[in-house]
Design a protein around this ligand. Sequence first.
Ligand code: GLN
Length: 551
Amino acid sequence: MQKREIKYIFVVGGVMSSVGKGIAAASIGKILQSRGYKVANMKADMYINIDAGTIRPAEHGEVFVGEDGVEADQDLGNYERFTNQISLHENYITTGQVYAEVIRRERNLEYEGEDVEVYPDIPKEIIRRIKACQEKNQSEITIIEYGGTVGEYQLLPFLEAARMMKSKKPSNVFVVLISYLPTPTLLGEQKSKPTQHAITDLYSVGLNPDFVLCRADQPATLDVKKTISNVCSLPVERIISAPDVYSIYDVPVNFEKENFGSVLLKVMGLPSYHKDLADWTALATKIKKIKKEIRIGIVGKYFNLKSCKDTYISVIESINHATWNLGYKPQILWIDTEKYEKDKSKLNELNELDGIILPGGFGKRGTEGMILVADYVRRNKIPYFGLCLGMQIMTIAYARNVLNLKDANSTEFDFDTSNPVIATMADQVEKIKNKNYGATMRLGAYPCKLETGSVAAEAYNKKEISERHRHRYEVNTKYIADLEKAGLIFSGKSPDGILMEIAELPKSVHPFYLGTQFHPEFKSRPLAPHPLFTSFIRACIRKKPAHLGEK
Ligand code: GLN
């Protein structure tokens, strides 16, 4: 049999950012996968940063951690949730990586005396990385999402890489422009001019879009589609409507309604196999019908409505997956813990919630309030799920209030504490001293053994698991025996028994009080919710006060 040509789809944004390019790229992956193709999604960010690990999540969104420890843009999480593809270093490129590699090679005389230039050496390195990702994933179709918007200076070498690939093999390389159609209130009609300008910007770098996806609050009208189709000389069937939807999981379903999958495969010259989107479509439909609600509080610091959704996207989606699967929908409340540091009586408001999640985080600010929350919900039997920092906080709260070690703390928040129940991991001491912060945490997947009969083992229904990590601190071995004697159970440990991976209270003591040193949120999928989230949400449903709906 003749080997099939490898195809590449570049997804680029026009008009403005934050229109859901990541979800669109993930959905393209999903519909092609559902038609029998092996796909790989990758993201190229324009930052000089080598990875997302050093970028502030409150402004730029969550740092998503892959199996091999890559600290990547949050879009890799969308790709995993949509296609179940496992993210690796190869799936994530930044300008910084590209330049660092070109300069490394130059210093090694690998350019054999030639001068090294932005053009063509930078685009060539970008192409090398795209091909390395395809190779690693053995994908038939590789979807490359470019961060930023056409017209941006820093995107030029990346667009040039796409142009070079497309001019070499036009039948294997395709460009999808994700644009936006504004509807000015005064006019009340969709306008396509900004999209036309984005198309012109693409022309100016030698690229033609093969498809235009029209993001808008409403479906694109036929008139607008025809105008865009004329401007870029594409048949109307290649102008795809991408209106706002009830949930992100509707996007692939909507693409199929527009016949995008078939037309895309036709244009790529690939056969279209039977599409298998039934489970996915059923989920997207089910979500809309759910009426019963539970209230989950996410506690942390610097919450502002704009950033929360992106900062905690994997946590939010994991809550969604587990809650929907149990026939409820979550109402998420953002709770800034600093107010409890000023006024403890406010902690009473936590009684209104069905459960609390304390997600990952760094730095001292807000932690005293978090410790108060962890103690309050333990005493008042409100379900609590701690993720990474959340496990460290519950351990500190337990040491302070049950072991009576009043100044127990993490050395991250109080370096001189006389009771460092959470302390630097042994291999981190030198790194912190030398300010060697980039990609040096304990990162990626590690195995963990579960204690038979524990809440965790019951949830997973397994003896050994593997989960992804991102931390520098851990439970200090010196305090483990005392904490255990006082009733805190370390139900998950590294196989050598040295690192505490899960802490919990037994069911007889608390409906759900559990924290993980790892980040389970990176492995939840819409059709396969994470077992610990499911177990936590079950406890929240049981706690649900009657006034919020039927039990
Ligand atoms: N700051 C803590 C640590 O580095 C927790 C990290 C996290 O929550 N991801 O160990």
